[in-house]
Design a protein. Sequence first.
Length: 362
Amino acid sequence: MVKYVYIHIPFCLSKCHYCSFISFPELKFKQDYLCALKQEIQNSYKNEQLNTLYFGGGTPSLLNSKEFEDIVKLFNTTSNTEITTELNPEKISYNYLAGLKTAGINRLSFGCQTFNNRILKKIGRRHNSNDIKNAVLLAKNAGFANISLDLIYGLPEQTVKMFEEDLKHAVSLGIQHISLYGLKIEKGCFFYKNPPDSLPDEDVQADMYLKAIEILTKNDFQHYEISNFAKNGFESGHNLNYWNNNSYYGFGVAAHGYENGIRYSNTSDLQEYINNPCLHKTSHKLTQQEQLEEEIFLGFRKITGIDVEKINKKFNIDFPKKYAAIVNKYLSYKYLKETNTGFALTDRGILVSNIILSEFLE
């Protein structure tokens, strides 16, 4: 039974310079897209009572509150269902946020990235720091008590001190959740063909990340996943489901889902999706070994780490014996530590997690 849903809203007014996500500045197709999206949901969703529903993008806040409500109504939700939407902070009004609350949205995730106006302009964002502060204040006034901010570190011209200021600004807003992402310039984004000057190197990015752990944990944010910090009880239920390696529906263009051991993805072509929204572009049944590797890879993203007994039972293996060489090596380097239930990455281990986790892949 699948109790988690991701919905991709692929429209943006303009593309940020670092963004390689699937998004389109073609709002003229919005109504056609929403019709296709509803068709896909009605075709695949089996009326399970949802734990979480998540609208990602793109810029989901290009939908009006009625459009959100029409989609939310397609699902079996309760007052306990975590319903999140991502928003950009610019041009957010109290009435719009109040409309989202009425539509059933109860968790907001604002794309902040930085409070530095010069850097915001340099990376192609449409808002400024006052827009962020105003959006959070309006959200609180509209009755939202579960608000998250995204921040990016390693931005052009950014120093550790500047990132420290971003963190302090975020904390001062009295929000419940913060997601941090190191800048990655990937194929398909503006910066890939037009590399910016003055990018912080890997050592500086590592210092920024460690500074974030220090500042946020001092301010009662619990570091519960590599990129995520939350006040007690405000962890993202939707994202925890990914890291717990459980099933979820993915609806919309370029969306990914995971059901019955099958990972699938939809087409990234907007017109192709509108014309045939119920056809998955790719579908792959994971082998037992692939499922095990994903369990380990995703589990280590959680600060609590992996549950060895659970893995042994689920995959009929002896984890400490099978992976003894890898585990002992990284325990000796102090990149891994033992926990009550198994093993977890240390703060320093997180900085080289890709190298560590690659060793668990066969």
